[in-house]
Design a protein around this ligand. Structure first.
Ligand SMILES: Nc1ncnc2c1ncn2[C@@H]1O[C@H](COP(=O)(O)OP(=O)(O)O)[C@@H](O)[C@H]1O
Ligand SMILES: O=P(O)(O)OC[C@H]1O[C@](O)(COP(=O)(O)O)[C@@H](O)[C@@H]1O
Length: 785
């Protein structure tokens, strides 16, 4: 059996297969660059399995520069196809031969469950395919021995988010949500003008995730999904009663979403046109329908999908390097900032079970099999949408919850307020709003917030309750206001300073308080994400895309782009990673003159050796107390010595974004509902211990944490958590951009846990890495992009 060291010279191939999904290009880019980083030959297989079967020019060796300017694009630059031949042994035999000829035994397949099933069949059959080729003389004995094993890793590319696995979203889902939510926002504004009802069909043959998520993000009134049809025989009456009620309470429009594969409880398909006709016939609403179709799969990739594709591709390469012949194939799943490798066969089986349960009309099993979060999140959506006028009598009616927005505006805050408001009202609790943050609260600027008041807030940017940065510090004053307004609980939505205030008064404030983190800086301890950070990332990434394209049209230009974030480099690192920027200067690492000079020299060397035309430096507003944007511009221009031109952009408050992103709306809705649920438990006396909590995310799951737990590693002076879970992504960004500075390689890959959560990319001496990154052009001059 060959040794690990012996396998180091085997090449890696990456292909995209099945339905295309935005973010696939980020996977390809990441695999190519990480493979080269590890001194491997990397091939891209064009047109999915068809390329493997056809061989020849469809399997191309990739160089560093071949994957430039592709991260932002939708679809897949290397093509995808549905290939009949690969379903037959003859086709797979041809594929095996083409791979052996090129010394490829490491495969990364980015596709849906069909593609990954094909990959598994290929792996299981590999030995017999090889033997057939050897016995017929098409490969030599030596080749058969050398390439006796094939390693396969899957990355899930599918806009449907239909994989049942340890991983939050599949690649492409978030971008599809951007397209869907944009379309629904647009439709809602015209629908509102004419008081219309719109029925929209959303993709998802077997999976209702897109319809659910789009519904939550846009505040849709009714959602049909395959896994959870209405329990009523006559769903038409239920739908119409709901829409009628909405209208009578003042809603100017109604939105109904129908997943492509929606069915009723008898398994009969629910078609968009039929729904429209029912609404016209029974309610007489002016009702229109729109089938969004392939628009949902197209367009530029969202920031999250670029992040997801980049991390998945890199970690797939890392995993391949450590795969032993006896290891089963795995699928990469990303949750928060950590990665899980899921067993391929079991994952696909679990995924297919959902469709089977649905076919058998066992919907309880279907929604359970989707994963427990889905069931819970579906229930949250239903609670928010429930018709509160018809609610059963609630013992705690007469209790009041007050919402306070603190800090700076962040995309999704209004969705959080809407969610908390509807959730609480539907359970019989009155909701109050404090205007102008804690300042307003302490001044008694508090008013009831009616159900109708927050209509349309799911997609609103800014902060409709108005926020301010004051930090509360007087618990007596807080208690006095609660007493005066008969407030039984507080829901605070905001950034670091509000949390700090609540944390320090936690024992003195008498009412329960739930804190939902919301700031674009993503600097709140106790959570992986804060509301608003995804909107900000998308705004920044889109601005960098524009600058990159402008720079690419010029001859050798460096853009230095300053982003917000205060003492947190989150926005800097994540936007650099997602946009394919070259250099990221963060407050955590700081920036020295020496570092900038080294980077300038590196830029010059890239221009000479790789003929690269543009460079992007992303700097955080606080990355250096001494070297501001103007200084950097002067330094780069002066030391560039005419080799490149320099332009600067200070994004400032544009980082806060305009309309909140789908992810922020969904995160906000879920967190606020979970927080309100917790407050209600406290009011009811069901929760007696943890009455001051932070409701945030851990590995993308919503979690309720005590203030002590959440704030245990808060650095109160720098206003950041002492350990930032995303910190290792700077290493990945550097690896993928080819600009690596001095790195620390102390952290280890945890083989027992099967998890890669550290800077494993940096194993090996930094100087060697740098050299490897610069080698490809020198090795093979002929393959420029
Ligand atoms: N059981 C299988 N055996 C061999 N190849 C398969 C199998 N299932 C799918 N494939 C290959 O994967 C391709 C894409 O699969 P498909 O189900 O269409 O898309 P997706 O990957 O998006 O689920 C197919 O065209 C075929 O080439
Ligand atoms: O609007 P202001 O008060 O000038 O604040 C701008 C700051 O607000 C933020 O957008 C968010 O601030 P926080 O980090 O305090 O939540 C920062 O990234 C930025 O520096």
């Amino acid at each position: 059996m060959e040794t690990d060291a012996g396998r180091m010279d085997h090449a890696v191939a990456v292909f995209t297969s099945g339905g295309d999904a935005p973010g696939m290009n980020a996977v390809v880019r990441s695999v190519v660059r990480c493979g080269i980083h590890h001194a491997r030959d990397v091939f891209a297989v064009y047109e999915g399995y068809q390329g493997l079967v056809d061989g020849a020019g469809k399997i191309r060796k990739m160089e560093w520069t071949d994957v430039q300017m592709m991260i932002y694009k939708g679809g897949t630059v290397i093509g995808s196809a549905r290939c009949k031949e690969f379903r037959e042994r003859e086709g797979r035999l041809a594929a095996c031969k083409h791979l052996v000829d090129r010394g490829i035994t490491n495969i990364i397949c980015c596709g849906g469950d069909g593609s990954l099933t094909g990959a598994n069949i290929f792996k299981l059959e590999w030995a017999s395919l090889l033997e057939e080729l050897r016995s017929s003389g098409r490969v030599t004995d030596a080749q058969a021995q050398k390439y006796a094993n094939i390693n396969i890793i899957g990355c899930v590319g599918s806009i449907d988010n239909d994989m049942v696995y340890d991983g939050t979203l599949t690649i492409g889902t978030d971008t599809a949500l951007h397209r869907i939510v944009d379309a629904i926002d647009a439709v809602q504004s015209t629908a509102s003008s004419h008081q219309r009802t719109f029925v929209l069909e959303i993709m998802g043959r077997h999976c209702g995730y897109l319809a659910w998520a789009a519904g939550v993000a846009t505040g849709a009134d009714y959602i049909f999904i395959p896994e959870a049809p209405s329990k009523h025989d006559d769903w038409e009456s239920v739908l119409c009663a709901k829409l009628d009620h909405q209208r009578k309470r003042g809603a100017r429009l109604c939105t109904v979403l129908v997943a492509e594969g929606a069915i009723d409880k008898f398994g009969k398909p629910i078609k968009t046109e039929y729904v429209r006709q029912v609404i016209i016939d029974r309610l007489g609403h002016d009702t229109r329908s729109t089938i969004l179709g392939h628009v949902q799969r197209g367009g530029y990739a969202s920031a999250y999908d670029r992040f997801l594709g980049s991390v998945s591709g890199a970690l797939a390469v890392e995993r391949l390097l450590r795969t032993k012949p006896e290891d089963a194939s795995t699928i990469v799943g990303v949750k928060g900032y950590s990665v899980a490798f899921n067993p391929l066969v079991e994952t696909i089986e679990a995924t297919q079970m959902v469709a089977k349960h649905t076919e058998q009309l066992d919907f309880e099993a279907a929604i359970q099999a989707r994963g427990k979060d889905f069931k819970r999140h579906w229930a949250i959506q239903k609670s928010i949408n429930r018709d509160f006028a018809k609610r059963e009598a609630v013992p705690d009616a007469g209790k009041n919850i007050c919402i306070i927005c603190s800090g700076a505006p962040a995309g999704g805050v209004n969705a959080a307020v809407r969610s908390a408001n509807h959730y609480a009202l539907n359970l019989g609790y009155a909701v109050y709003a404090a205007y102008d943050g804690f300042q307003g609260f302490l001044e008694g600027n508090i008013k009831p917030l009616a159900w109708e008041d927050v209509l349309g807030w799911a997609g609103d940017g800014g902060c409709n309750l108005r926020c301010d940065r004051s930090v509360p510090s007087d618990p007596d004053a807080m208690n006095e206001i609660c007493k005066q307004f008969k407030l039984d609980a507080l829901l605070v939505i905001g950034g670091f300073d509000g949390l700090k205030g609540i944390y320090h008064m936690r024992d003195e404030v008498t009412v329960p308080v739930a804190y939902v983190p919301a700031t674009i800086s993503n600097n709140v301890p106790g959570t992986d994400f804060s509301i608003g950070s995804d909107t900000a990332l998308n705004a920044i990434v889109s601005a960098i895309d524009t600058c990159k394209k402008s720079a690419d049209a010029s001859k050798s230009r460096v853009f230095i782009i300053e982003v917000q974030g205060r003492n947190s480099g989150y926005l800097t690192v994540l936007s650099a990673l997602a946009s394919g920027a070259d250099i990221a200067y963060t407050p955590e690492k700081g920036v020295t003159l020496e570092q900038m000079q080294a980077d300038i020299e590196e830029i010059k060397s890239h221009i000479k050796k790789h003929n690269k035309r543009h460079f992007v430096v992303v700097r955080n507003e606080f990355c250096s107390p001494a070297y501001d944007l103007n200084f950097m511009e002067t330094l780069f221009r002066e030391e560039g010595k005419g080799c490149f031109s320099v332009r600067t952009v200070k994004l400032g408050h544009l980082c806060q974004g305009d309309y909140p992103s789908p992810l922020d709306r969904i995160r906000a809705t879920t967190l606020a509902a979970t927080a309100t649920e917790h407050l209600i438990k406290c009011i009811k006396g069901e929760e007696t211990e943890n009455k001051k909590v932070l409701v945030g995310f851990s590995e993308s799951k919503d979690v309720v944490r005590t203030m002590e737990e959440a704030c245990q590693d808060a650095d109160w002076t720098r206003r950041v958590p002492a350990s930032e879970p995303w910190a290792w992504l700077l290493n990945l960004q550097q690896c993928l951009s080819g600009f690596m500075d001095q790195v620390d390689d102390n952290q280890e890959y945890d083989a027992t846990a099967g998890k890669l959560v550290t800077n494993v990319l940096l194993n090996g001496a930094p100087t060697t890495i740098k050299k490897v990154l610069l080698q490809p052009e020198e090795q093979d001059q002929g393959t420029q992009a």
